[in-house]
Design a protein around this ligand. Structure first.
Ligand SMILES: Nc1ncnc2c1ncn2[C@@H]1O[C@H](COP(=O)(O)OP(=O)(O)OP(=O)(O)O)[C@@H](O)[C@H]1O
Length: 420
């Protein structure tokens, strides 16, 4: 017995059929070597991705239009997700994240474009070929989708039962999975007897039961508290590392991207507005949506007290001295160097740190320091020029009254190109 699309439309029938419906949604039919259906004729001869070597998933020119709607939910989506990576897709509510993740396993059929998973163009497959292809794609949900009448063990075993696997083989597959997700001692509990984090561990083990090559995680940690979120993300990172599974994470939380994604695509109004390595996107966000998402974990705006402090410091400077409020991005190689102490030593400037947020992203130090740089005009001028040559991303910040500043300050503005 195999999970079929038609299960999803059976309505309120028996628990196994309902479970099959869930799993059809998840594309979680198990692969059983002896009885797995061969791909349909069109499936086996499906088009290969243009650059499928090394890619787990490729989306090309995807457009998705829901029936009866004027505006497409997804437009011009091109994504190439390398095998073995954790790839994050982030966006605000309504951006199209769920629409996109459901397009990857073709639960949503795109109105235009192609979807390659493991080098096979899913859009060319017939129903049988698509069912076989979905065996390679596991899915984890925000609300776990467990069957309350089944124990932890039996929830994980369900896709294997549906695939007709023998009981002994099921045990041999499920027990190591329960060990992997840390639930072996709770195998006989029911969902009502375990915590939300433990339920998600069951969901992950169930998604892995069919030995997929790709795991789609649709807001898997959104219903969990921060501590449990961290532990579930750590589990996903371990699964990615140890099983070499490609993971696509859909989330609205930058914290999730920051903790485990290698690369990220930012979705807004159905389009990818920015994508790249997580550390690059965090240090050089290009799009307003990306900046506002990052703002939540690395606030970019400064409290008024910082400007007030700098204004007082500038007013107190002796004649002939100038002062400038500066925001210095801390990232990459520059982060590890003693740049600030060198500036003070070599240029004889004063430097007060007024504000800072520095974090670790995938082993890279990332953040920003806001400093008040002051001293004789010549020295400040030289220090600002030196900041540029070491590649530090420096942004001059205006203080109240800056427009009417003395020529010395105007000169400084020409020294450092305004960035940010
Ligand atoms: N079945 C549907 N029929 C018509 N429009 C839909 C359907 N599902 C989603 N949409 C629309 O598509 C757009 C994207 O919705 P989607 O659920 O993919 O966004 P999302 O980023 O996942 O949002 P959220 O984080 O709130 O779940 C929205 O404008 C939504 O109203």
């Amino acid at each position: 017995m195999f999970v079929t699309d038609s299960f999803a439309s059976l309505g309120p029938v028996g628990p196994v059929a309902r479970a099959a419906g869930d799993l059809a949604q998840a594309g979680a039919a198990a692969r059983v070597e002896s009885s797995a259906p061969a791909s349909g004729q069109r499936g086996t001869s499906a088009a290969r991705g243009p650059a499928h070597t090394g890619s787990a998933i490729q989306l090309q020119g995807i457009e998705l239009r829901y029936p009866g709607t004027d505006v497409p939910a997804l437009r011009h989506i091109d994504l190439d997700i390398p095998a073995g990576e954790v790839f994050g897709i982030i966006g605000r509510s309504g951006a199209g994240k769920s629409s996109l993740v459901r397009t990857i396993n073709l639960l949503n059929r795109p109105s235009a474009g192609r979807v390659w998973v493991g080098g096979t163009d899913l859009t060319t497959l017939d129903a049988r070929g698509l069912r076989a292809a979905r065996q390679e794609i596991g899915m984890v949900f925000q609300h776990f989708n467990l069957l309350s009448s089944r124990t932890v063990f039996d929830n994980v075993a369900l896709p294997l039962e549906l695939a007709g696997m023998k009981r002994a083989d099921i045990r041999a597959r499920v027990l190591p999975l329960l060990e992997l997700v840390g639930l072996a001692p709770l195998a006989d509990r029911y969902p009502s007897q375990i915590s939300g984090g433990q339920k998600q561990r069951v969901g992950i083990a169930r998604a892995l039961a069919s030995q997929p090559k790709v795991l789609l995680s649709d807001e898997a940690t959104s219903a969990l508290d921060p501590e449990t979120t961290r532990s579930i993300l750590a589990l996903l990172a371990r699964i990615n590392r140890e099983l070499g599974l490609t993971i696509v994470l859909i989330t609205h939380q930058m914290q999730v991207i920051k903790q485990i994604a290698d690369r990220v695509a930012v979705l807004d109004a159905g389009q990818v507005v920015e994508q790249g390595a997580v550390v690059d996107v965090f240090t050089r966000p290009q799009h307003a949506v990306t900046r506002s998402l990052i703002e939540e974990i690395l606030p970019q705006s400064l409290p008024d007290s910082v400007y007030a402090h700098a204004a007082r410091a500038r007013a107190a400077l002796p004649a002939g001295q100038v002062g400038q409020l500066l925001r210095l991005s801390v990232a990459g190689d520059a982060a590890g160097q003693p740049l600030l102490s060198r500036l003070i030593r070599e240029y004889g400037v004063d430097l007060s740190v007024l504000h800072g947020q520095v974090d670790d992203i995938q082993g890279h130090t990332v953040g920003a320091l806001t400093v008040f740089l002051s001293g004789p005009a010549q020295a400040v001028h030289g220090a600002l020029a030196a900041l540029q040559t070491v590649g530090l991303h420096a942004q001059l910040l205006d203080l109240p009254g800056d427009v009417a500043q003395a020529p010395a300050t105007a000169d400084l503005r020409e020294t450092v190109s305004l960035q940010g």
